[in-house]
Structures are given as C-alpha cells and as structure tokens.
Ligand binder design. Structure first.
Ligand code: FAD
Length: 419
C-alpha cells in the first residue's frame, strides 16, 4: 500500500529530471518561491527515474565510446546542482511516478531505493517526464544503469558488425548513421562523391520521400551527400514493418543479428539494428482523459497549463502537446510556465488580479531551425529559416553536441535572471 508522506509544507512537485524538469525546478526555487507570502511554507520536490542529467543530443556519438566526451560533463548528478538551496525548500526523490490522481491531487512514486510506493499530495505540479525512444541507446528514460548497459552491449558487438540498419530518417537516425559511418569507415576524399567499398554497410531506412523532415529538401539532399561520404546508404519511401532477432535472442537493445522486413517487401539482415523512429511520451501514469490522441499531456499552447487537470498543473518539454520536441523551444517555455505558476500561486495566496499582473503567453518558434551533425567534422542545418554552412553546424553543434551548454543548465546558472 502507498505511504503518504505527511508534510506541513505545500508541495510544488516536478516530475522528470532533465531539460524541462531541472530548468523549471531551478527557476521556481530562484524566482517563484521567494516571491510568495510565507515562502517557507512551500517545498519544491523533484522526482526523477534517473539520478543523473545528461546531454541527450550527444547520444549518437557518446554511444560509440566514452573517449569522445568528458564523462564528468556528460553525466552530472542532479542533486549537485541543488546544493545551493536550503534543505527545507528542496527535496530530490529518486523514483518513478506511477500514478497521478488529478482529482485527489496526489502522485504516487515508486521509490528506486526499495521499490516502495510513496504518495505525495501536491499544491502545484509540473509534468516534465519527456519521451522515450524505441531504442534504449538514446537517453535516460529508464535510468542511467539501463543506458550504460545498452551502450556496453552495443560497443561489444560493434567490432564484429559488417551491416548496420537504422530505422528512421529524423535527426537521431541520421546523426547516428553519420557518427557510425565516420568512426567505422572513415571519410571519402574531397573529390569522391561516396566511399567505395565501405568496411561496414550502414543503411538508413525512412518511410518519407526525404530524410530530415524539419529541413527543406535541398538541405536534406546535402546531408545525404555527406552520409554517402562515410559509407551510409539511404532507402526512402519504405517503412520497417518487422525486425526479428536471428536465433531468438530478443534483447531489448537489439544488439543481436536481426532480420529486417521493409514495407516494399525487401528483407535484409543486419548485424546491428537501431530503431530510431518516433518518440513515445512518458505518460503511462497519467489518466487518458488528460492526454491527446498521440499520448502527450494535453497542454495549453499559450499558458502551458494542463487545463483539464485542475488548478496549478503544467506540462513542458517532450511530454507536452504545447510545442514540438526541441530544446531551444523548451527553453523559451520555462520562463512562461514559471511566470504563470507564480501568478497562480500568488492568487491562491490571496493576492488580487491587479496585484499579480497579466499572465504570460507562450508562442512556439516555428521557423526552420535544426542542426544535424554528420560525424565529427561536417553537418547541415538552418537557423530561423537561414541555411547554415557545414562549418557553422560543426562549430555550434557538431564539435561537442551542445555539451558546452549543459553545465549552466544543470547548475541553474542559466536561470540566474528572471526573464
Ligand atoms: C538522440 C537524440 C538527439 C537529440 N538531439 C537534439 C538536438 O540536437 N537539439 C534539440 O533541440 N533536441 C534534440 N533532441 C530532443 C531533446 O533531447 C529533447 O527535446 C529533450 O531531451 C526533452 O527534454 P525533457 O526534459 O522534456 O525530457 P527528457 O530529456 O526525455 O527527460 C525526461 C526525464 O524524466 C524522467 N522520467 C521519465 N518518466 C518518469 C516518471 N514516470 N517519473 C519520474 N521521472 C521520469 C527520465 O528519467 C528523464 O530523466 C534529441 C533527442 C534525441 C533522442
């Protein structure tokens, strides 16, 4: 039976310790709680399946070897960033939200240390549990142990691999193909359009008529040229309809040999198969009535409130329906979400509408903005509708996959100012 933790304080609970959850927790501790009357009566509780935060975009390169990144920067203990706040105002719970009762306003958490269920009453709630990928290679959604184990199994199988199939022509699939191609095959010279006889045959399969759906066709075509130079072939207009491990070794990490069947009837064998298609929102603890048809938390795209869940409930990041999943968009949502939370808490504490001011509205940046690294030296992309040269993509992203940005995020420095 669930144990309810008695608390004399009002809980502001944040679910999920990554870009959305860690950012909102810092922002709330710095700018929301201190502005409330009797601020010591609130406690901010961050709940996460993983004790560590990581630079998720780095996965396509980091999964190959630990030598590419400083591991102390790639994985950071979540609690370290919160040592700056008084113990009475912050608590970290290593656990997974298993059910949300939005009528009783409680959330049940399976605590990692002993698998016990702890139930928390919340005064305000931020859902930031993100989304999982079909492959465990791309993030911390099942925690750091599973991620490390799947990387280890992949690295063990890599030296013997002669064929690799990647399903999905989005940025995760394309970046993984580019990294593996460059690492295993090297790069063709300036005057060769492709790499003749690559050591490892790497194939990307996409259901679309082009790769990289968020970028215009001419940029996607440039990516294909760069991929060909590291020995990657793209099959378009075909979907992977079945992927069966050969010999029945059905490991979730798919590091065993796999028979892959495509929608055009083709059957291929892969020494390694990587499903890099689509995101699965982490919402299995949320009532169906709060979800959209694609499983995201139904969130107002302007206020970031989850209106059907009752007062003071918000969602942000990949779990939320408010905007498309991308870190630069999420970062713009945090100050809006926290300003509206602050306003809602002040009203609840007895302030009047005229004292708290107008609510903030969020507007998603829908411009063509995406950078895609193709190995450690090249890339394609656009920012606010402007095509970027390969060198710029390398400089901003491909050099270290945004690791230069995460120190300030995990420590909260990014949110020193109220914006
Ligand atoms: C391979 C790859 C490359 C990417 N590259 C880029 C890029 O270059 N640029 C860009 O803008 N975006 C990129 N993205 C997308 C970006 O990583 C996401 O938009 C971002 O991670 C979303 O952050 P989030 O906080 O919403 O959720 P996530 O990062 O998914 O984190 C969710 C957190 O919640 C925890 N959690 C999950 N379920 C529960 C639960 N029930 N209870 C408690 N905790 C839970 C998880 O352990 C995790 O720590 C990439 C994504 C992938 C997979």
């Amino acid at each position: 039976m669930a144990q309810t933790t008695p608390s004399t304080q009002k809980n502001i609970i944040i679910l999920g310790g990554s870009y959305g959850g860690i950012s909102s927790t810092h922002y709330i501790l710095k700018h929301v709680v201190p502005a409330l009357p009797s601020s010591s009566s609130y406690q901010v509780v961050l709940v996460s399946t993983s004790t560590q935060a990581m630079c998720r975009p780095a996965c396509p390169r980091a999964l190959i070897s630990d030598d590419f990144f400083d591991q102390q920067k790639l994985f950071v203990d979540i609690t370290k960033g919160f040592e700056q706040y008084p113990n009475s105002s912050f608590r970290f719970v290593h656990g997974t939200a298993t059910s949300l009762d939005h009528t009783a306003r409680t959330v049940s958490v399976s605590v990692a240390a002993d698998n016990s269920i702890e139930s928390f009453a919340y005064h305000a709630l931020v859902i930031a549990t993100g989304a999982s990928t079909p492959s465990p290679l791309f993030g911390l959604n099942q925690g750091e142990t599973i991620l490390r184990e799947s990387w280890a199994a992949f690295r063990k199988a890599l030296p013997a691999a002669k064929t690799i199939i990647i399903a999905g022509g989005g940025p995760a699939g394309i970046e993984t193909a580019g990294e593996l191609g460059e690492y295993l095959n090297g790069r063709a010279g300036w005057f060769s359009s492709n790499l003749a006889n690559p050591k490892v045959a790497i194939t990307v399969v996409t259901a679309d008529s082009k790769i990289l759906p968020a970028l215009r066709a001419s940029i996607a075509a440039k990516a294909e040229v760069q991929l060909a130079k590291v020995g990657v072939t793209v099959i378009k207009n075909a979907r992977v309809t079945n992927a069966v491990p050969i010999g029945g070794a059905a490991g979730a990490d798919r590091v065993s040999k796999t028979t892959v069947t495509l929608s055009d009837g083709q059957t291929m064998e892969a020494d390694l198969y990587i499903p890099a298609t689509g995101l699965i929102p982490n919402t299995n603890f949320v009532a169906k009535e709060l979800l959209t048809s694609n499983g995201r938390v139904e969130t107002s795209s302007t206020t970031l409130r989850v209106e059907k869940a009752g007062p003071r409930v918000y969602a942000v990041g990949d779990v939320s329906s408010a905007a498309r999943p991308a870190i630069h968009i999420l970062m713009e949502a945090i100050p809006v979400l926290c300003a509206n939370l602050k306003r809602d808490l002040l009203l609840d504490a007895g302030k009047t509408e005229s004292e708290v001011g107008a609510e903030r509205t969020f507007k998603e940046d829908t411009s063509e903005t995406q950078m895609v690294a193709i190995g450690t030296k090249k890339g394609v992309g656009a920012a606010m509708g402007w095509q970027l040269p390969s060198f710029m993509v390398w400089l901003i992203k491909g050099r270290d996959y945004w690791l230069w940005t995460t120190g300030n995020l995990w420590s909260g420095k990014q949110w020193t100012k109220e914006t």
